[in-house]
Design a protein around this ligand. Structure first.
Ligand SMILES: [Zn+2]
Ligand SMILES: [Zn+2]
Ligand SMILES: [Zn+2]
Length: 152
């Protein structure tokens, strides 16, 4: 991904593209799956931990990132698609997608095309957010398991 593209992503969310933010976002974009603060710290060893944390907080506030509680005990983060409005105030529940936690490789994936089902609630309840996490095996781990069972 070019620096130009990264700057555009930041500006699209009204974030001033400083050198540090560009560096952190570039690292985030390298992850195909959702990442934890810990894994980001590990891959950005030279960067101060509080700086990384401040970037995550800022990106979350500007909806460049979304947070996922996958039940593993550590919150995961993923970069939002530029058309994504998840987490924004108002009627954006349609933008929420499901997440998948693989029990084989412990990765959390965005199922960007799987919309979260919105249930109808009793009167007076107001939904602000939906955390929809499915657990099982990702295609790779599923294939591995099938290969193993066919050998034995
Ligand atoms: Zn989003
Ligand atoms: Zn897996
Ligand atoms: Zn996601």
């Amino acid at each position: 991904m070019t620096e130009d593209h990264i700057i555009k992503l930041l500006e699209h969310r009204d974030i001033k593209p400083t050198a540090m933010r560009i560096l952190v976002l570039r690292e985030m974009l390298k992850c195909n799956n959702a990442f934890s603060l810990q894994s980001l710290e590990d891959s950005l060893e030279s960067v101060d931990k509080s700086t990384i944390y401040r970037c995550i907080t800022l990106f979350l506030t500007h909806h460049l990132l979304h947070a996922i509680d996958d039940g593993s005990g550590s919150i995961k983060y993923a970069v939002c698609a530029s058309s994504c409005h998840c987490g924004e105030e108002g009627e954006h529940l349609d933008d929420l997608h499901a997440h998948f936690y693989c029990v084989g490789c412990h990765q959390t994936l965005c199922l960007s095309r799987v919309q979260v089902p919105v249930v109808s609630l009793p009167a007076q309840f107001e939904i602000h957010d939906i955390n929809y996490v499915l657990k099982g095996l990702c295609p790779e781990c599923g294939q591995k398991k099938r290969a193993e069972t066919s050998i034995h």
